[in-house]
Design a protein around this ligand. Structure first.
Ligand code: UFG
Length: 312
């Protein structure tokens, strides 16, 4: 296995732990894949069968403030990979897409055939890359691409050795709640309780990161299908509110987590509810999420308590 990462929001220690847990040697390149010459060099040196493209900037709020950085980083990196793949005859590509491509979904659960839209530059990059893959696959009949539309990844590896370690204050609910529960953050704020949902807070489809990882393995195995560009939702099909998460995490960490109700996120950026119909992945990839919300909270809490300062 070969990993290329510029370590802008990750750690070399994470790579060592992957080796430890998998028992497999990883060839690691501290490369920024926006650098075309480095990508070409990597493809010349290594024998690559398939590419899984996880590398991207992913903070919604930051993307509104720094749109050019998002377009440049997310698009150029993808174009560089596709170009090198074409040159070196590598034909299998898995892309980390996102439920964000559905914008504010008008129908639930969300199915893959629903119209795409975006609410911010980050979301726009995901929609654009899916389009680039569709066009590239149309022009190159032996190229096969799969875009996996992740819903809300949560949890950590059961060993407590790999988990989320975002730079600075976490943007996302799960790592924020974990850091709050450990005493690293002073205040847990619920961003709005006046949404048109049963308890007034937003509903999302949280999926255990290990289920997500298994979704990639399933997609790799299913590359023989006839279509050369495919998209799949990866979620659990179940919606949980912000209050549901706080309650489940309180159970996992063994104390009632207190919170405050704050205003909604700026610009009405949150869709009130989003959860996936995952029947296409079940049918065509023979994959479904197996782990519960309680497991996501337990594993995330284990990671947080055993690594209070992340990978450092
Ligand atoms: N929330 C809080 N308090 C916090 C953090 C979050 O109440 O401190 C709320 C949010 O307002 C939202 C819910 O918790 O209602 C989930 O927020 P996240 O940031 O964890 O997740 P999002 O659904 O906003 O975004 C995630 C990914 C995006 C992706 C999107 C796709 O972070 O990259 O899912 O739907 F685009």
């Amino acid at each position: 296995m070969v990993i290329a990462d510029n370590l802008s929001n990750s750690s070399r220690i994470g790579v060592e732990r992957i080796e430890e847990l998998s028992g497999k040697k990883v060839t690691f390149y501290e490369y920024d894949i926006c650098d075309k010459s480095l990508v070409d060099e990597l493809f010349s040196k290594e024998k690559i069968d398939a590419v899984i493209h996880f590398a991207a900037l992913k903070a919604v709020g930051e993307s509104v403030e720094k749109p050019l950085e998002y377009y440049e980083n997310n698009l150029i990196s993808t174009l560089n990979l596709l170009d090198s793949m074409q040159k070196h005859g590598v034909m299998k590509f898995i892309f980390s897409s996102s439920a964000t491509v559905y914008g504010n979904p008008q129908k639930l659960p969300v199915t893959e055939d629903m119209p795409l839209s975006w609410l911010n530059p980050y979301g726009a990059t995901k929609v654009m890359i899916e389009q680039i893959l569709t066009d590239f696959a149309y022009a190159n009949k032996s190229f096969k691409a799969v875009a996996l539309r992740y819903f809300n990844p949560a949890g950590a590896h059961k060993s407590g050795k790999i988990g989320e370690d975002p730079n600075g204050i976490p943007n996302n609910l799960f790592p924020f709640v974990a850091q709050f529960a450990s005493g690293k953050r002073d205040k847990l704020m619920v961003f709005g309780d006046d949404y048109p949902t049963p308890d007034g807070t937003c509903i999302r489809d949280y999926i255990h990161v290990m289920d997500l990882a298994e979704g990639h393995v399933a997609a790799l195995k299913a590359f023989d299908s006839d279509k050369n560009m495919n998209v799949y939702n990866l979620g659990t099909g179940k919606g949980s509110s912000v209050f549901d998460i706080i309650k489940a995490f309180s159970k996992a960490c063994g104390r009632e987590l207190e919170y405050e109700i704050g205003p909604r996120r700026p610009n009405n950026a949150d869709a009130p509810a989003s959860y996936a119909d995952c029947s296409k992945a079940a049918r065509e990839l023979n994959w479904e999420a197996k782990r519960s919300l309680d497991e996501m909270c337990e594993d995330s809490w284990r990671w947080q308590t055993e690594n209070p300062n992340g990978f450092e």
